[in-house]
Design a protein around this ligand. Structure first.
Ligand code: RBF
Ligand code: MG
Length: 318
């Protein structure tokens, strides 16, 4: 598997032709996973290369200048797609010039000439190119002109509604991380480096926390969560607080994790936090003793939750 940014490097090895899908794939949820499996299936059937085409930055960032917070960063997205083992991931730089391309030009230049598409697999609601002209009808037409087959994959339903990145984003913003899990086929996770916090957790409360350096992305609703923490190829149970630490009159969002029975210095390390279940809202306590009592209860509850084999994390090392 390799990640390609410049398709001119690829055309040489595509005499064979390709089965491909194209999309933004924010979250790489089970709907996206189904599309990618279909690409793989077609590539095996017809002896084609399997390719997933995506963009960076997200086209909306270029077209509208603003976007919803993403479930996955580009890095995480590429990592998750590569776990599905297509032959290539093509991550095209999306820029103003590309935004001006008609769907037809895009298909001709990138998919046909660049990637030798023979099988195009697309999602139920996917359309691309300027003004979303590249819908299923146009694609089928272009398929006839350029000799490729288009397959539109049905949406995936869970609890009677379609699985989509928007739906998952809302669940996470509501703190319903447990409900997001089956839609993602994994726990919602964020990755970040451990940075210095307020130096209050260890010294004052006796509950040291690793504070994450936040990147621009989606965060679960503020509150306390049972979590798994991955660090240096190991996974530890713990508890996380997403919030503003109102007890200490702080005003900046922080994500901090307390790892159970752990006293290794992990400053600057990259860690991954898997959000398992939300325990409660963040509160302003009258003092640190009250806060500490509550944190002890949180820890007991989180340990209870994480003991259940149903909550065990799917390991995917950093
Ligand atoms: N801070 C608050 O102001 N209110 C809370 O309800 C709260 N809950 C927390 C729960 C846990 C499990 C942890 C680890 C921290 C919590 N904090 C809360 C954050 C706490 O203020 C912070 O860890 C210390 O100030 C050290 O930065
Ligand atoms: Mg801390």
């Amino acid at each position: 598997m390799s990640i390609v940014k410049d398709i001119s490097k690829l055309s040489l090895c595509l005499n064979q032709g390709s089965s491909l899908t194209i999309g933004n794939f924010d979250g790489v949820h089970i709907g996206h996973q189904a599309l990618i499996s279909k690409v793989m299936e077609k590539s095996r059937e017809k002896d084609l290369k399997s390719i997933v085409v995506t963009f960076d930055p997200h086209p909306l960032r270029v077209i509208l200048g603003q976007t919803p917070p993403f479930i996955t960063t580009t890095e995480q997205k590429l990592d998750l797609i590569s776990q599905l083992s297509p032959d290539y991931i093509v991550c095209l730089e999306f820029n103003k010039e590309m935004a001006r391309m008609s769907a037809e030009e895009f298909v001709h230049y990138y998919l046909v000439q660049g990637l030798g598409v023979k099988e195009l697999v697309i999602g139920h609601d996917y359309a691309f190119g300027k003004d979303r002209q590249g819908d299923i009808h146009l694609l089928r037409q272009l398929g006839q002109d350029y000799n490729f087959h288009v397959q539109q994959v049905d949406p995936i339903y869970r609890n009677n509604s379609i699985v989509s990145s928007t739906r998952i984003r809302k669940l996470i913003q509501n703190g319903q991380v447990w409900q997001a899990r089956p839609l993602l086929n994994r726990f919602f996770q964020i990755i970040g480096n451990v940075v210095a916090g307020q130096k209050r957790g260890g010294p004052l409360l006796g509950v040291p926390t690793a504070n994450l350096k936040l990147r621009d992305e989606l965060f679960p609703k503020t509150g306390v969560y049972a979590v798994w923490i991955e660090c240096e190829q190991s996974i530890y149970p713990g508890v996380a607080n997403v919030g503003y630490n109102p007890t200490f009159d702080m005003h900046e969002l922080s994500v901090e994790v307390h790892i159970f029975d752990f006293d290794t210095d992990i400053y600057d390390r990259k860690i991954r936090v898997y959000f398992v279940q939300r325990l409660r809202d963040e509160k302003k306590f009258s003092g640190f003793e009250e806060l500490l009592n509550q944190i002890k209860m949180d820890i007991t509850k989180a340990k209870e939750i994480l003991k259940d084999p149903e909550t065990s994390p799917e390991i995917s090392f950093l």
